[in-house]
Design a protein around this ligand. Structure first.
Ligand SMILES: CC(C)(COP(=O)(O)OP(=O)(O)OC[C@H]1O[C@@H](n2cnc3c(N)ncnc32)[C@H](O)[C@@H]1OP(=O)(O)O)[C@@H](O)C(=O)NCCC(=O)NCCS
Length: 177
């Protein structure tokens, strides 16, 4: 199947909401918010998020669309306000029918977020958080070059569970940090 991977446009808040809610329904423990909380957000919040994703100098959202324009995957990138010099990838999702396989869609989405962050921000480090039970995502992130940072924090929706913080090994040359 052919996909277009691109940054989202400012007016695409309905598509953003639909795919995000699909992701939260599909994988309730993979993200840091609940479906119920996200579904309750007013349209204005989604409009603002879509605007930010499309126009911010430091944050962006990339989506994968089929040739008929249907969104089937997403990856966001944004600075971590509490960790200077660090950006993160978040909201990584590929619809079940489009996972695995030759297309490598998840890797293409990650690559878009990684390249954009490298080329457009001063971030020295790029990280992401993975739920301890999310073995598929852990295997995927390791395959594309993420390794354990040693940081493990409570998972927001269930503090008895852990979120493993991974970092991208070759995000910047060591000399550039
Ligand atoms: C995480 C995600 C984007 C990865 O995309 P994907 O297309 O599934 O990734 P791939 O199939 O290319 O790679 C997954 C790897 O996990 C392996 N895998 C699959 N199921 C697995 C399981 N139950 N346990 C362990 N490994 C598993 C696959 O074999 C593959 O590893 P390999 O390339 O070494 O063979 C996608 O699975 C997804 O959207 N999941 C739901 C949302 C989510 O968890 N997002 C991440 C939040 S941190």
């Amino acid at each position: 199947m052919t996909y277009v991977v691109r940054r989202t446009a400012p007016g695409e808040w309905r598509e953003l909401r639909a795919l995000r809610l699909e992701a939260l329904r599909d994988s309730p423990t993979a993200f840091g918010v609940t479906y119920a909380d996200a579904a309750a957000l007013p349209d204005e919040d989604w409009r603002q998020q879509a605007e930010l994703n499309a126009t911010s100098a430091t944050s962006a959202m990339f989506v994968a669309a089929t040739v008929d324009g249907h969104w089937v995957g997403m990856t966001g990138c944004a600075p971590l306000p509490d960790v200077p010099g660090t950006s993160c990838l978040h909201g990584v999702y590929v619809a079940p029918a489009h996972r695995g396989g030759q297309a490598g869609l998840a890797a293409r989405l990650m690559d878009a977020g990684i390249r954009w962050t490298r080329d457009n921000t001063d971030a020295a480090w790029l990280t992401l958080g993975v739920h301890e039970d999310n073995q598929r995502a852990l295997a995927f992130y390791r395959r594309i070059g993420f390794t354990a940072t040693g940081k493990i924090v409570p998972y927001r929706l269930d503090p008895a569970k852990k979120l493993h913080i991974l970092g991208l090994e070759n995000f910047r040359p060591a000399a550039a940090r």
